[in-house]
Design a protein around this ligand. Structure first.
Ligand SMILES: Cc1ncc(COP(=O)(O)O)c(C=O)c1O
Length: 386
């Protein structure tokens, strides 16, 4: 059997594999606690529900324009203006099948063979493979020991004539860290000075705690959108608890957007018409769905942090956003895969090894599930480790 070199070189997504494992164990009746998940447990917004039903009742679910339906693009433009202070035109937006596809559209549109794409560790598990699939070389910046964010000087030092793009996810999956305004400002200036694309993965951007806001790259650029090097990736998966609808989008200058539309046209034609209708319903709903979700997650973050603090040798960076915590547990075991396997075997708790995010010695523990699972899960971990 002949498989492509690319297919053979691809690693399996650790998080999706662990999701499947947790589901299988649950189905077998094992008392497993899943702290490895990546989606809120909340039901979808009412607006998304009624808009999907209405679309379904029309019995007319067809291809749409490749870059998305006008209603959704208008909703995204208004949403972007409200939360990021930039009003994109329809020609600056591509709606895609999840934020993941928006990132692919971007990479396939800007990366040539062997171009370098720079991003910090810990990173979202998919970034390195996505860059490689686009033919590029991931350049990973590791933070100093004891920190989960690299410095601006590291970015500057990593740039060379092959650097095509930077990818930054703030707040960050898996650390929950929010990059500071000074950092984002410096990075925007650096990318603009060097003519390097800056892809901001804003998928958790509204899930920030303690009265803070995640600084937006657009705040620090004087360039009009159509001349900007900034590409913002967003979607309804996390903020609106709509992971299964697979709707994400990009906001970028028109020239890049046109290229991304061509890429998407040859891959999926368009995102699902039914899901787009649901996303319109979510974005145009007047209620406080996101705020309720955010507040609930902040409470669960506090529970997770309090429970982890009871571990004798854990070093914790207090998450400022998302629904992940990323404690340094290297004092128990430096090998995060072995530690994660031990916890699954002995405590029946699913966690994700830090090495999958490019930072050994850590585990990612999610707090998007039920509060009682957080308490019980970490207490089981304590019994095994302390
Ligand atoms: C940092 C980050 N970016 C992008 C995505 C992809 O989002 P979507 O489910 O909309 O494709 C995820 C999902 O886990 C993520 O954590």
């Amino acid at each position: 059997m002949h498989l492509s070199k690319m297919a053979l070189s691809l690693g399996q997504s650790a998080t999706l594999r662990l999701n499947e494992l947790a589901n299988t164990l649950k189905a077998e009746g094992k008392p497993v606690i899943h702290l490895g998940g990546g989606e809120p447990e909340e039901k979808i917004p009412e607006g998304a529900y009624s808009a999907s039903l209405k679309k379904l009742e029309s019995r007319c679910i067809r291809y749409t324009a490749t870059s998305g339906v006008p209603d959704l693009k208008a909703g995204i433009a208004a949403y972007t203006e409200k939360h990021y202070g930039v009003k994109p035109a329809a020609g600056n937006i591509v709606v895609s099948s999840g934020a993941k596809q928006a990132i692919y559209n971007f990479l396939l549109s800007v990366v040539d063979q062997d171009d370098e794409v720079v991003f910090p560790a810990p990173y979202w598990v998919s970034y390195p493979e996505m860059v490689r699939m686009a033919g590029g070389e991931p350049v990973i910046l590791r933070p100093e020991a004891g920190s989960v964010v690299p410095t601006l000087a590291q970015f500057e030092a990593a740039f060379n004539q092959h650097t095509k793009a930077v990818m930054l996810n703030s707040p960050n999956n898996p650390s929950g860290a929010v990059f500071s305004a000074d950092f984002i400002k410096g990075l925007v200036e650096l990318c603009e000075r060097r003519g390097v694309w800056l892809m901001m993965d804003d998928i958790y951007n509204r899930l920030v705690f303690d009265g803070q806001k995640a600084p937006s790259a657009f705040d620090f650029s004087k360039k009009p959108l159509d001349e900007s090097m900034i590409v913002s990736i967003n979607g309804v998966s996390k903020t609106f608890s709509m992971t299964g609808f697979r709707i994400g989008w990009s906001v970028a200058q028109a020239t890049l957007t046109k290229a991304m539309v061509k890429v998407q046209a040859q891959i999926t034609s368009c995102p699902s018409a039914l899901s787009q209708a649901a996303a319109v319903g979510a974005l145009t709903e007047g209620g406080d769905f996101v705020e309720k979700l955010r507040k609930g997650l902040q409470k669960k973050r506090d529970v997770m942090v309090a429970e982890l603090a009871k571990l004798k040798k854990a070093k914790l960076h207090r998450p400022q956003g998302t629904f992940y915590s990323f404690p340094d547990l290297s004092a128990y075991d430096k090998d995060s895969t072995r530690l994660s396997n031990t916890l699954l075997e002995k405590a029946m708790v699913v966690t994700v090894p830090g090495v999958e995010f490019g930072l050994e010695g850590h585990l990612r523990l999610s707090y998007c599930g039920a509060e009682k699972d957080i308490v019980e899960g970490v207490s089981r971990i304590r019994k095994v480790l302390d």
